[in-house]
Design a protein around this ligand. Structure first.
Ligand SMILES: Nc1ncnc2c1ncn2[C@@H]1O[C@H](COP(=O)(O)OP(=O)(O)O)[C@@H](O)[C@H]1O
Ligand code: SF4
Ligand SMILES: [Mg+2]
Length: 331
C-alpha cells in the first residue's frame, strides 16, 4: 500500500484554481520527483498535502490519504501531531522550520522533551549531539550552543534534516530543499536523505527543478504544468521516452553535464497564470504539436505502458528522443 496517495486534488483561491485534478502516490522506500517550471503548483500541492495551504488558498476537492487515512478529515490539532512525528517536511528555506531565537541545541532538546517526554537534560543533549553528528555537523558538542544564523545555509539545512530524522517520519516532503545550496552540498544533503530513507523506509516527495537530481535520486517522476500533472511514471522510462511535449521540452532544456554543450531548447513563452486558460490544453499556446482539437477540451490523463500516464491528445511517438538519449548518456 502507498504511504501517501493523493486523488484528484483541487486547490483554489477565491479567484482561480491553482491545482487541478492532481493524483499521485508514493510507496515506502520510494522517492517521487515533482518537477515543472516555477509557478506550476508544486509548492501549493506539497503545502496542501501537509495541511498547511498558503493564506487565502484552500483544498476544495480530492483525497489525501496517508496510510489510507484521509488527512482532509483530520482536525488541525491531529494534523499538527502527525507533522511532528509521522510526516516530515523540509522546505527551501530552513529558517522557516527553525526558531531564530533559540540555539540549535535547545530546539532539538525541547523537541525530545515535549515529544518524547525525555526528562533528563543530559540524555537529551547526548541524543542531540548524536543526531548532529549523524548529519555530519562538525564539532556537534560546541555547535549545540550556536544560533541558526551562525550556521551556513547548508548546515542549517542539515539541522532541519536532523530534526526530521529524529521524528522518524514515514513520509517526508522536501520542497526544493537544496536549491539555495551549492552543488557539492546539494548532493551531500540528498545522499543523506537517501541514507535515512534506506534505513527507515521513508516515502519521499522531492520537489526540484533540477532534472539531474531527479535522475539520480527519484524512482518516479510527476511533471506539473499550470496546476496539472501532465506526465507521470518511472524516471528511466519517462526520461528515455518522454510522451508529453512539455516533458520533452523540459528535457531538451537540460544542460549537459559533460561533453560538448549543445544549444539549449528552452521552451519559448511563459506558463499561463492560474485561471487564465478557460478551455483546452493549457500547454497549447507553447506546444509545437498543438492542433485544432487541443483547444476544445482539456486532454484527459491516460494510462500508457501500465505504469505511466500522460495528459495529451497527441503524445510524442513512443521512441527514444535525441534529448533523452543525451540526458541518459550524460547523467
Ligand atoms: N497564497 C497565494 N495566493 C494566491 N495565489 C498563490 C498563492 N500561493 C501561490 N499562488 C499561485 O499559485 C501558483 C502555484 O504556485 P507554487 O505552488 O508556489 O508554484 P511552484 O512551487 O511550482 O513554483 C502560482 O501561480 C502562484 O502565483
Ligand atoms: S494536447 Fe495538444 S496542445 Fe496539449 S500538449 Fe498535447 S499536443 Fe500539445
Ligand atoms: Mg515552489
Amino acid at each position: 500500500m502507498s504511504v501517501l496517495s493523493v486523488h484528484d486534488l483541487a486547490v483554489e483561491t477565491e479567484h482561480a484554481r491553482l491545482v487541478d485534478g492532481v493524483s499521485f502516490s508514493v510507496k515506502a522506500r520510494r522517492t517521487l520527483g515533482l518537477v515543472g517550471e516555477s509557478g506550476s503548483g508544486k509548492s501549493v500541492t506539497c503545502l496542501s498535502v501537509l495541511g498547511l495551504p498558503p493564506r487565502g488558498v484552500r483544498v476544495t476537492e480530492g483525497h489525501i490519504l496517508f496510510d489510507g487515512d484521509d488527512l482532509r478529515a483530520k482536525t488541525p490539532a491531529e494534523l499538527n501531531a502527525l507533522r511532528g512525528r509521522e510526516i516530515g517536511m523540509i522546505l527551501q528555506d530552513p529558517m522557516t522550520s527553525l526558531n531564530p531565537l533559540l540555539t540549535v541545541g535547545r530546539q532539538i532538546t525541547e523537541m525530545f522533551r515535549y515529544r518524547d517526554g525525555m526528562t533528563s537534560r543530559k540524555e537529551r543533549e547526548a541524543r542531540a549531539i548524536e543526531l548532529l553528528r549523524r548529519v555530519r555537523i562538525p564539532a556537534p558538542e560546541s555547535r549545540l550552543h550556536s544560533y541558526p544564523h551562525q550556521f551556513s545555509g547548508g548546515m542549517r539545512q542539515r539541522v532541519a534534516i536532523a530534526m526530521n530524522i529524529a521524528c522518524n517520519p514515514r513520509l517526508l516532503i522536501a520542497d526544493e530543499p537544496t536549491t539555495a545550496l551549492d552543488v557539492t552540498v546539494r548532493l551531500q544533503i540528498l545522499d543523506l536523505l537517501r541514507e535515512v530513507q534506506a534505513e527507515r523506509g521513508t516515502a519521499i516527495v522531492l520537489v526540484t527543478h533540477d532534472l539531474h537530481l531527479v535522475r539520480r535520486y527519484c524512482d518516479d517522476v510527476a511533471v506539473m504544468y499550470a496546476g496539472r500533472i501532465v506526465e507521470q511514471g518511472p524516471v528511466g522510462d519517462v526520461f528515455a521516452r518522454p510522451r508529453h511535449p512539455y516533458t520533452k521540452g523540459l528535457l531538451g532544456a537540460v544542460p549537459r553535464l559533460r561533453g560538448p554543450q549543445r544549444r539549449l531548447t528552452v521552451i519559448p513563452g511563459q506558463p499561463p497564470l492560474p485561471g487564465s486558460i478557460a478551455q483546452g490544453c493549457r500547454f497549447a499556446p507553447r506546444c509545437p504539436g498543438a492542433r485544432a482539437d487541443c483547444m476544445s477540451a482539456y486532454p484527459a490523463t491516460r494510462t500508457i505502458d501500465t505504469h505511466r500516464s500522460v495528459a495529451c491528445f497527441h503524445p510524442e511517438p513512443d521512441e527514444r528522443t535525441a534529448e533523452a538519449l543525451l540526458m541518459t548518456a550524460t547523467s
